[in-house]
Structure formats: C-alpha cells, structure tokens
Design a protein around this ligand. Structure first.
Ligand SMILES: Cc1ncc(COP(=O)(O)O)c(C=O)c1O
Length: 395
C-alpha cells in the first residue's frame, strides 16, 4: 500500500520535472532585502518577496526580537490557553486592535491558521458565507471547514451584481458574511471595498477582509485596502499576516469585535491546538506596527515605485495586469513558459517567481513581480529590461 503510494508520487514528480512544472526550493544565504545572495546564483535582485516595506532585516525589528529572545526565551512551548500567553502577545494584540480600530485582536501562528480557524468557530446553522472566487487558498480552506449546514457560496471575482444577487437570494439567513481579500495575491488588483461595504450595509451583512497584501501597502498611512477606500470603520473583521509588509517573522491575526476574538479563544482549533508565536516574533510585530506608524513616507515611496514599475513595463510593451498594489503580474501563457522565463531571469540576476496551474488558471501562467520600498528605481529598471530581453524583445 505504502509502496504503491510512494511509486505514484515519484511518477507524478517525474512528470512534473519533464513538463517543466517542478518547483525547486532555492537556498538564500543571508537576510532578505532588495538583493539576496542565492547559494547557486550569487547576488540577485529580489522581486519575489512580500517584504513590501523593507522591514525583513530592519535593525530596530531585529534588535527588538533579539532583546525579547533574551528576556522571554525561545518558545512558549505551549498553546495559548494552556500556558502560552506572555505579556508581549497581549501587547501585540492591543496594538493590532488599535491599528485596525477594532475592539480586540487575536494572534495566530500564521494568517493561514487565522483564516482556517475563523469561519468554523463563528458560524452556525443556516449562516451564509459569500466568498470572492479569487480569494486566497487559506480563506477557501477555512470556509470549507465550516459545518455542513452553513451555506457557502462563491461570487464572481469582484462582481458586485453577482454578490448582490446572492445577498438577496439569502436575505432570510440568520447571518450573511462577505469575505474578500483586499489585494488579490495572484492578480495584484484591489477589491472594490467601497462597493462591498455599501452592499453589506444595504443587506445587513458583515464584511471579513483578509488584507495580507494590503496592510503596509495601501492607504496614505499603510492601513491597507480599507484606508485606501476610506471604509476602515466599516470592516467588521480583519485578518492579516505579520509575515509580509510587517515582516516581523511570522504570524497572523484576526481583529474585530471582542465577541469574535473571545469566541475564537474558546473554539478556534488552530488557536486551541497549536503553539503561540514565539515572544521574539510578537515583540517584533509590535515594533513593525510602530515603525509603520512612524514612517508613512516609506508607504508612499513603495506606492510610487510600484506605480513607476507598472508604467515602465507598459512603456516596454510588457503589459502588466492592471492594479494599484505592489503585486505586478505579467501573464506569459503556459506554466512551463513561466517557469522557464523565471529561470532565465534568475541567470541574469533577477529573482522573480513564475506561477502556473493550479495556482492560477490554465493558460494564464505568469511572472509575479513584487515591489518593495527597499528597491531602487535602477533595480526596477533592470528588472523590466531583463524581462524584455528574456521575452525576446531586446537586451
Ligand atoms: C491573502 C493571503 N492570506 C493569507 C496568507 C497566509 O499568510 P501566512 O504566511 O501568515 O500564513 C497569504 C500568504 O500567502 C495571503 O496571500
């Protein structure tokens, strides 16, 4: 039985290798920054990281984490409710709640855990969840984990007519919840949150926003997609990550009404059955939030660089997908093409990732560039020119 399974897996891996779709992990020697040192390639410009604000190796974040490591030790060695809650966790949760303007916040070991632990804990018989078709895999899986008698419906991507039709169809449900990414991670486009909020108000629904790629990136002060649309106080529940723009290590959170976070403490399985964040990471998370509020100019620099990068690609005839975020995808067609192009770019000193099926639809494989405030305009120019040369449009 086991042998048959291992043989099947080996065959599938060989097929992926032959098809050029096999994913190989690259070894980075040293910290994340605008450039990284790869074991097999040396120094390359990094356009594959979520380190949108250049915080991943920020000296204040690193020294805060180091100090907390010395004060609190390496690990809680426990889940939160047993004996895994240190004061730094509570400070971070207070900071996250304050940042989002919510009553409370609760941390998890990742946003994946937050999203997979949220929906089944707070829904009940007949409740309706309406989810954008391009939502992140963690939202999709989290919604799938709800009880059989919770109604789960997918609306067409950012399609307000479809969303409203479904809100009307389920108008008698005990509760309706609209769930959306703020920035869609594979497309780089922004959810029309102003319209979603308007529909939620009209139809008495809640809005759940996963702003993992919006926090630190959008809005004048980096409060994310809700700030971008001026609807911060209209979002009922935020989820997000400490592992992208905040780059304080890893970790995720849910911010919202106390009734929600307290229910999660009682019922959310990744919270009940998985360890707390290390104190060093929790302390670093609070430091990241503080840095973000001290440096809105870093957010504005990032926005400017992402906008310029899109313009640059367009001027070179390279057609990035439209969007206002720091995720800038260029569609190249087949999965193998995306992976081959990423390999060629890497040889020329640009680290960008190719994404193909099943992460994105068949035939829409892409290179996904992610801009950081840490990039120089010269690095971004080099990335654009290298893409053009790899696509055969010059050198
Ligand atoms: C929209 C979205 N939500 C959640 C996650 C998961 O975040 P984490 O790395 O904290 O688990 C990601 C990460 O890719 C994401 O893009």
């Amino acid at each position: 039985m086991t042998n048959a399974l291992i043989s099947r897996l080996t065959e599938e891996l060989q097929t992926a290798e032959t098809d050029g779709t096999y994913k190989k992990l690259k070894t980075i020697e040293g910290p994340i920054g605008d450039k990284v040192w790869l074991k097999d390639n040396g120094e390359v410009i990094l356009l594959s990281s979520n380190d949108y604000l250049g915080f991943a190796n920020h000296p204040e974040i690193v020294s805060t984490a180091r100090d907390a490591l010395l004060s609190y030790g390496a690990s809680t060695a426990s889940v939160r409710f047993i004996c895994g809650t240190q004061d730094v966790h509570q400070t971070l949760e207070k900071d996250l709640a304050e940042f989002h303007g919510t009553e409370a916040a609760l941390t998890y070991s990742s946003c994946w855990s937050a999203n997979t632990g949220l929906f089944s804990a707070i829904t009940s018989t007949g409740d309706v969840i309406l989810s954008d078709e391009l939502n992140h895999a963690s939202l999709i899986d989290g919604i799938r984990m709800t009880a059989k008698d919770v109604v789960r419906k997918v609306y067409k991507h950012s399609d307000m007519e479809d969303l409203e039709a479904k809100l009307i169809e389920y108008k008698d449900a005990p509760s309706r919840m609209i769930v959306t990414d703020g920035v869609f991670s594979m497309e780089g486009d922004i959810a029309p949150l102003d319209q979603i909020v308007a529909l939620a108000k009209k139809h008495h629904a809640l809005v759940v926003l996963d702003d993992s790629h919006g926090l630190g990136v959008l809005g004048e002060t980096g409060h994310g997609t809700a700030e971008h649309f001026g609807v911060m106080s209209d979002i009922d529940i935020f989820t997000g990550t400490l592992g992208k723009a905040l780059a304080s290590g890893t970790g995720g959170f849910v911010a919202g009404p106390k009734a929600v976070t307290e229910t999660l403490i009682q019922k959310s399985r990744p919270h009940l059955f998985s360890n707390a964040l290390p104190a060093s990471v929790a302390a670093a998370g609070s430091k990241s939030l503080e840095l973000l509020s001290r440096h809105p100019e870093t957010v504005q620099a990032l926005q400017e660089k992402a906008k310029n990068f899109r313009i640059r690609l367009k001027e070179l005839g390279l057609n990035p997908l439209d969007g206002g975020s720091a995720v800038v995808p260029v569609i190249v067609g087949e999965t193998a093409t995306a992976i081959r192009l990423a390999g060629e770019m890497l040889k020329k000193g640009i680290f960008v990732t190719g994404f193909g099926f099943p992460v994105v639809p068949e035939g829409e494989a892409r290179l996904r560039f992610q801009v950081s405030a840490a990039h120089t305009e010269a690095e971004l120019e080099e990335a654009a020119q290298t893409l053009k040369s790899c696509l055969g449009g010059g050198d």
